[in-house]
Design a protein around this ligand. Structure first.
Ligand code: ADP
Length: 434
């Protein structure tokens, strides 16, 4: 650019020099200088006009020919335009490629703008949800009207996907995973999970049916065992009868837990839920646990803020809380101390069970609520647990919008805390499909 500038200055100086010589020769210095400046200004205006015409015209055409500074300006703008065009083409190629790949996906992909309106979607989303090209710019909740989706979409916590029946084909099951990107835009990935859903349903039905079918024969066997044990007069048979009764009792506990888990999995959340005062419930649980604890001379204390209530199902919460207290009794040695506590802090109600028992390492915590997970399998056979207690606790709490926190130290004891929403903010119960 500097070269062009120098050439331009030279050109101007040459023009003024020639005008001065001619002016001196014809004795009209002022007029010739004025004419020279006028010519130079006119020429510059002409270049500007050409530039303006070229910029407004077709961008593809070559820039006008010129020399000096103007020639360089024309060339620089031309190169800038070409570079921009190349970058635009590259970007377009990337966009086309992304669109081609997402079009080939079996999962639906939907892009929403910051207002939640449809911006772009792939053919799979069109097939699964029935969009038309003319639907661009429409709000997504006009198409997926299921209250569970609307709720999930508006409440903005997309850490978990949402499974609901397809709005277009009611026998299909869809999973929606929403992700935020850019300036509050959202990407929705829609998966057809009908097959997985049916398999899962089959598993749940199978466990529920088998558990129910096993209950009756087991009741008959236990009944006869009891009669036979009562009438037994042979000392050699005393121990076998005792063991058979122990095992049939264990099997019946296992079946009851399996039935409970199946019910939790198959009934809608919100079923049978009502406002429930926790004080009397905890008193009952304490009394039940005291019977077990007295065998081991353990103490159970209950410390609670009175009149705290939640919205929930009494049977489910009884089962969850009682599982925690009974675990504390089971896994705390003789003369141990177990403390039940209930209090409120902000919008939450806390129920904790603290024991000074064996405790466990923190690496077990993420697995404790898995079915049949045991910290110490050998110790467990003595305690007679089913391995399903904490899985039940987890399911019950999930159904009450609550969570379980676990702390433990080996040799010092454990604290299991349930955090439940206090019921006063809730206006209604939301049945959720699980
Ligand atoms: P189980 O029927 O075996 O007690 P749970 O699901 O209730 O099954 O508990 C899973 C495992 O967690 C138990 O086997 C035990 O190892 C451990 N556990 C649960 N509660 C406690 C506790 N209070 N103290 C120590 N370990 C515990």
């Amino acid at each position: 650019m500097l070269q062009g500038f120098h050439a331009e200055v030279k050109r101007l100086l040459l023009l003024l020099a020639m005008a001065s010589i001619i002016g001196l020769l014809i004795d009209q210095l002022a007029i010739t200088l004025l004419l020279a400046v006028a010519w130079y200004t006119g020429w510059n205006l002409w270049q500007m006009l050409r530039l303006s015409i070229w910029l407004q015209g077709k961008r593809k055409s070559q820039p006008p020919e010129s020399t000096g500074l103007w020639g360089e300006v024309f060339d620089a703008i031309y190169h800038l335009q070409r570079r921009q065009k190349r970058e635009k083409n590259n970007l377009q190629a990337v966009i086309n490629r992304v669109q081609e790949t997402t079009s080939a996906l079996k999962d639906g992909v939907i892009l929403l703008d910051w207002r939640g309106q449809l911006d772009w979607w792939n053919p799979a989303a069109q097939r699964l949800l029935g969009f038309y090209n003319s639907d661009q710019g429409q709000s997504v909740v006009n198409f997926i009207r299921d209250p569970r989706f609307v709720d999930h979409f508006e409440q903005g916590d997309y850490s978990e996907p949402l499974d609901i029946p397809s709005p277009r084909f009611p026998d299909k099951r869809l999973q929606f995973q929403i992700t935020r990107f850019g300036k509050n835009e959202r990407l929705i990935v829609v998966r057809d999970i009908t097959q997985i859903f049916h398999l899962e349903q089959m598993r749940k039905d199978f466990v529920a049916n088998v558990s129910h079918e096993l209950r009756t024969p087991l009741t008959v066997i236990s009944g006869y065992l009891e009669t036979m044990a009562d009438n037994n007069t042979t000392p050699a048979w005393s121990r076998p009868f005792e063991q058979m009764q122990q095992q049939s009792k264990r099997m019946s506990l296992l079946i009851n837990d399996l039935i409970m888990l199946s019910k939790l999995e198959t009934t809608d959340t919100g079923f049978n839920q009502k406002r429930l005062e926790l004080g009397p419930l905890l008193q009952t649980i304490k009394a039940e646990a005291m019977v077990l604890a007295s065998d081991k001379q353990q103490t159970i204390t209950l410390d609670m803020t009175p009149e705290l209530s939640v919205v929930g199902t009494e049977k489910e919460l009884h089962s969850a809380f009682s599982n925690l207290v009974i675990n504390a009794v089971k896994y705390t040695p003789e003369q141990g101390a177990i403390a039940m506590r209930l209090w409120r802090s902000g919008p939450h109600i806390y129920f904790s069970v603290t024991d000074n028992g064996a405790g466990f390492e923190s690496k077990h915590i993420p697995h404790l609520t898995e079915r049949f997970y045991r910290v110490d399998a050998s110790r467990n056979s003595k305690t007679g647990g089913t391995g399903l207690g904490l899985a039940i606790v987890k399911h019950v709490l999930l159904r009450h919008d609550a969570e379980l926190q676990i702390h433990s130290e080996v040799g010092k004891g454990s604290v299991f805390t349930c955090i439940l929403p206090a019921n006063d903010g809730r206006t209604g119960l939301r049945p959720r499909d699980k």
